[in-house]
Design a protein around this ligand. Sequence first.
Ligand SMILES: [Zn+2]
Ligand SMILES: [Zn+2]
Length: 236
Amino acid sequence: MRVIEDLKKLGSSIVDLVFPVSCIVCGKDGSYLCEESKNKLTRLEFQQCLVCQQPAPFGKTHPQCVTRNSVDGALSALTHKNKHVHKVIEVFKYNFVSSLANPLSELIVKTINKQGLEGYFEDFIVVPIPLHRRRHNWRGFNQALLLAETLASKLGLKIDNRMVVRSKFTKPQVKLKADERKRNIENAFSLIGDVTNKKILLVDDVITSGSTANELAKLLKRAHASEVWIASAAHG
Ligand SMILES: [Zn+2]
Ligand SMILES: [Zn+2]
């Protein structure tokens, strides 16, 4: 399997020639996520405030919840609680299937438009949630970066993947209980460069508790970023 994983890092097109692909959801040949299954993936019922976890119109953090330590808004396309969504994200993340970045970022764009936020992010800079260097070297793949690249290109936005680095090696958030997540991620990131008056759109594959997004928002806002949002493929 090691050989297959190494090949996948070279580029999925080569691997696809040797190992024919089929849809993760329905098994149909031809792609990892067929058009029909993509459109049937369970959408997130309502956007959520990442402070109180209650429904938030337009994904905007409630006026009574937003602080210098929180994101100003969060948008996610799919519910991670659905088993098909879970599987798609898992394959994207752990099987290095880079071609999934395209349909997933397409679903994020649809969500932005559905919330009536078309054009809202036009002066934002796209910033992927970074992996720690050690984890990135080991995996050779940051799914958040890939998603951020395709999303930025679809929205016509600039991307900056050097603005934040993960300086603390942390445990994966998904493996922790809610109260442990905040502690785990605290002071995990450092900032490189000037973000004064900049608007930032963070991108990740999955939002769990929102602790990671809020931790980064705190760092960016302390450095005088004017607005920080996060967009993700799935939430939950
Ligand atoms: Zn399918
Ligand atoms: Zn709230």
